[in-house]
Every structure is written in structure tokens, then in C-alpha cells.
Design a protein around this ligand. Structure first.
Ligand code: NAD
Ligand code: WQD
Length: 335
């Protein structure tokens, strides 16, 4: 069985291609390389000893998408292709709505014309907006606090409406918490362009000497040590979650949403301490003011995925920091 993986050379898409391939599902990778290196392809082959088919293309190119889907008899689409920087989305909202929302509509049009009925969508815990209660379950009200978040809310709504209009179609929205970590081989991981926005890559680049220190954004939150608490999930667990969601719903239709998180929160200082232990060296940090838009605490109720998909995270914080360090120290400049 072949599936199209849009955004398949990116951080989460590439790890999911490995998990799909391991499960006997053949990923056809489709990516415009706007935030990925072509060298990822070689790494995938090194790790899996399989060759992967790659098509360079944009999800806003309907003709190309239809051609690939028909040519490969695609059975489902895994849709990772999006821009994802929160701050940038506030500065360039139209670019984000065009790429993430218009792009998803074009992708759905192409699927409709090619007769592809299933989509697995990369959503985010950002669709819960400011948490009204914790842990966050799938019934928590949906909202957003920035244009990036709104693109996820909008695409989820479009997927729901699309399933209403076409009874045979299936859309699974996977709401990721904070994906971190790398492939345990150290051959594949996250390599953000420029200065990292997210905590784990910033810590990793500091540990490897590319950055002087980590700024800890706020230590006066209502959390055990005053720093922000998040639900970090290992990329290998996250990737497996996609395969389990897809295989569990082979015969189903409609719109389904699942949290993919561990249910366990860690503070910024917890992560810095764990990383220092994995790297065997101090990670310098300085306390800094709160980052605007941040909440104190955010973690998942991941019980629905356990109940319906028989999926749960198996890797802990030390696996996340060890694997990130192995990748970062092997490829300090990324791929
Ligand atoms: P990433 O940037 O590493 O991967 C996205 C991939 O999509 C890149 O390879 C990029 O080149 C490609 N792409 C972007 N726009 C495209 C387009 N128009 N046409 C074709 N390809 C395009 O990001 P990631 O961290 O792997 O995230 C994957 C998905 O998961 C995204 O939808 C993101 O919003 C979502 N997500 C990520 C996180 C996170 O913290 N990393 C959390 C929640 C949700
Ligand atoms: C984690 C914690 C920061 C950097 C973002 C998006 C979200 C989702 C995942 C896509 C917070 C603190 C961070 C630093 C710090 N992405 N921090 N120093 O903000 O929880 O979520 O990525 O869907 O939509 O908003 O992740 O890694 O940026 O921050 O102290 O240099 O680390 O304040 O408490 P966040 P993050």
C-alpha cells in the first residue's frame, strides 16, 4: 500500500516515513524543500536500507499532486506540509494562510479528483488556545492565539466539513504536544534554520557551542520551579502514533481527533538539567523575562489515543535529551 507524505522530508514527516516503511506501508515523499534538506533522503536510506521515492513539489500545485496520486495509486495522504513558526506567522499572516490553509484546500481538491479518501493531518495542541483546564482532552474548546494556530483551527474545520459532505472520507487530526528528540541512530533529527524558536533545539545548540546560553523565559509562573511546563513527546513515539492511527481506522470514515502527548509535564529547568546530564556538560542559562503569548503550563490527556489506537508514549525525558544530543553532536550544522 502506498501513501503520499506531504512535507515528508521535514522533521516529523521524515521520522514518520521510517515508521510507515517499517510497518510495510510505502511512503511517496512530496516536499517543496522550503524547510528541509534533500540530504534527508540519503539518511532515510542509510537508516532503513530502503530507497524512498521523492517528488519535489508544492501542495499548492494541484496538477502535480493529482499526477503523483494517480501514478502511484495512493491510498491515503499524510499531511505534514506547513509553515510552523509562531512569531513569523504574526509578521507574515497572509503567507501562513496561503501555505497552510489554501495549500490544504488544494491538497483536498487533488485528493477528491484522484479518488483518495483518507487524510492524516498534523494538527497541534495550539488548537486549544489558552488552556481553560488541564490536562487538555480532545473536548476542550478550540481556539487560537496567533495566525499559525488559526491555520490549524481552520484546516481542522475544513476537514470536518469535507467529511460531512463526503460520507466515504476519513480525516484524522493528530494534535501534537511538544515534539522533540531524534532518531536513536543519531542520523536524523531536527535542524531548524537560523536561531531556534523552540526550547530543545536551543538547548542542543548551546550544548554544542553554537549559542552562548539559553534564555529561560520567566521563572515566576505558577509551576513547581516557576518555569514553563510542557508535555514533550519523543519524535519516535510521535511517528509511531501516525502509523497506529492510520492502521486502527482502515475501515472508518468521518473526522477524528487525537492528542499525541505523554500526559507528563516538564519544566524548562527540568529539560536543561536532563540535557546537561545526557551531554555530560553544563548547559549555561540565564533567567529572562516571560515570552509574550506563553502559558504557564500545558499537558495532554492522552487517554483517548490509548483507548482507541492502543498507542501510548514509551520514551521519557532522558531518551529525548540523549537522542537529541547524539544527533546534535554528530551533525552540529544539521544536514
Ligand atoms: P518541518 O518544517 O520540519 O516540516 C514541514 C515540511 O513541509 C518541510 O519539509 C517543508 O519543506 C514542507 N513544506 C512546507 N510547506 C510546503 C508546501 N507548500 N508544499 C510542500 N511542502 C511544504 O516541520 P515539522 O516540525 O516536521 O512539522 C510538521 C507538521 O507538524 C507541520 O504541519 C507543523 O505545523 C505540525 N506541528 C509541528 C510541531 C512542532 O513543534 N514541530 C508541533 C505541532 C504541530
Ligand atoms: C517550551 C517552553 C518557553 C525557548 C511551540 C508552539 C506550538 C507547537 C510547539 C506547533 C516554554 C520556554 C523556549 C527558549 C525558553 N508548535 N523556552 N527558552 O511554546 O510550548 O510551543 O512549539 O504547533 O504551537 O507555540 O514550545 O519549545 O517554544 O517552548 O525558556 O529559548 O520553553 O517559554 O515554556 P511552545 P517552545
Amino acid at each position: 500500500m502506498k501513501v503520499l507524505v506531504a512535507g515528508g522530508l521535514g522533521y516529523i514527516g521524515s521520522h514518520t516515513c521510517l515508521a510507515l516503511s517499517k510497518a510495510g506501508v510505502i511512503p511517496i515523499i512530496y516536499d517543496n524543500l522550503s524547510n528541509a534538506s534533500i540530504n534527508v533522503l540519503e539518511q532515510l536510506t542509510l537508516i532503513s536500507e530502503h530507497n524512498f521515492t521523492f517528488v519535489e513539489g508544492d501542495i499548492r500545485d494541484q496538477q502535480r499532486l493529482e499526477k503523483v496520486m494517480v501514478e502511484h495509486d495512493i491510498q491515503a495522504v499524510f499531511h505534514f506540509a506547513a509553515l510552523k513558526a509562531v512569531g513569523e506567522s504574526c509578521e507574515q499572516p497572509r503567507r501562513y494562510y496561503d501555505n497552510n490553509v489554501s495549500g490544504s484546500v488544494v491538497l483536498l481538491d487533488a485528493m477528491a479528483n484522484a479518488g483518495v479518501k483518507k487524510i492524516i493531518f498534523s494538527s497541534s495542541a495550539t488548537v486549544y488556545g489558552d488552556p481553560q483546564y488541564l490536562p487538555l482532552d480532545e473536548l476542550h474548546p478550540i481556539s487560537a492565539t496567533n495566525p499559525y494556530g488559526w491555520t490549524k483551527v481552520m484546516v481542522e474545520q475544513i476537514l470536518q466539513d469535507n467529511c460531512q459532505a463526503d460520507n466515504d472520507s476519513l480525516a484524522i487530526s493528530l494534535r501534537y504536544f511538544n515534539p522533540v528528540g531524534a532518531h536513536p541512530s543519531g542520523l536524523l533529527g531536527e535542524s531548524p534554520n537560523g536561531i531556534p524558536n523552540n526550547l530543545m533545539p536551543f538547548i542542543a545548540q548551546t550544548a554544542v557551542g553554537k549559542r552562548e546560553f539559553v534564555s529561560v523565559y520567566g521563572n515566576d509562573y505558577d509551576t513547581p520551579d516557576g518555569t514553563g511546563v510542557r508535555d514533550y513527546i519523543h519524535i519516535m513515539d510521535l511517528a509511531k502514533g501516525h502509523v497506529d492511527a492510520f492502521l486502527s481506522h482502515q475501515k472508518d470514515t468521518g473526522f477524528l481527533a487525537y492528542n499525541l502527548g505523554t500526559g507528563q509535564g516538564y519544566s524548562v529547568l527540568d529539560v536543561i538539567t536532563a540535557f546537561a546530564e545526557s551531554a555530560g556538560k553544563e548547559v549555561p542559562y540565564k533567567l529572562a523575562p516571560r515570552r509574550s503569548g506563553d502559558v504557564a503550563c500545558n499537558y495532554a490527556d492522552a487517554s483517548l489515543a490509548k483507548q482507541k489506537l492502543n498507542w501510548q508514549a514509551t520514551l521519557g525525558l532522558s531518551d529525548m535529551t540523549e537522542d537529541t544530543w547524539r544527533w546534535q553532536s554528530k551533525y552540529p550544522q544539521g544536514l
